[in-house]
Design a protein around this ligand. Structure first.
Ligand code: PNS
Length: 163
């Protein structure tokens, strides 16, 4: 039986920390779906379709394994997507106790809703401080985000005027 996992997130934009988790998760499962999900609690910078394109380009550019596919999901529960594609595991990166507190209730609810387990991966220490919100803030103030994001994202953010 093929083991399918999903890495969900806003990916607004994808960071090097995300790519590290995606790469390592791809080594643990037969098939990995990277799922761009609308998070109504956050004010988005990039449209979902653009986040999907950037993820695909960044994954190709970094030479990540070919068992990864990138999709988006905007209707219904995350576990509905998992059920649709036969995924039994969600993978999340955990950088701090704040992430643990944020992720724990969601992991319990997702298991209760559909029996989908959540696996947490610790970050590579090089990326432990990187977040999409930090990248958005640095970019909006004219700073250099290239140490934190794939080249395609840095090119886009530094070529764009952000409010
Ligand atoms: O990158 P983010 O914004 O921290 O990702 C959070 C996300 C999108 C994974 C989370 O908000 C989520 O799981 N949304 C799906 C909605 C859902 O299924 N909610 C009920 C169970 S938690």
């Amino acid at each position: 039986m093929s083991r399918i996992a999903v890495v969900p997130g806003s990916f607004d934009p994808v960071t090097l920390g995300h790519l590290d988790v995606i790469d390592r998760a791809a080594g643990l499962f037969d098939e990995l779906h990277v799922l761009v999900v609308h998070n109504p609690a956050k004010t988005a910078l990039l449209p979902i379709a653009e986040r999907v394109s950037l993820l695909r380009e960044a994954i190709a550019e970094a030479g990540l394994p070919d068992n990864i596919r990138v999709e988006s999901w905007s209707v219904g529960l995350l576990v509905d997507y998992c059920t649709d594609v036969g995924a039994s595991v969600l993978v999340k990166g955990i950088r701090s106790q704040v992430d643990v507190a944020y992720e724990t209730p969601m992991a319990i609810v997702n298991r209760n809703l559909a029996g989908v387990e959540t696996v947490f991966l610790l970050p590579d220490p090089a990326h432990a401080h990187v977040s999409s919100s930090l990248v958005r803030q640095v970019a909006s103030l004219g700073g250099d985000v290239s140490p934190y994001v794939p080249r395609v994202v840095a090119d886009l953010l530094q070529g764009e005027s952000l409010s």
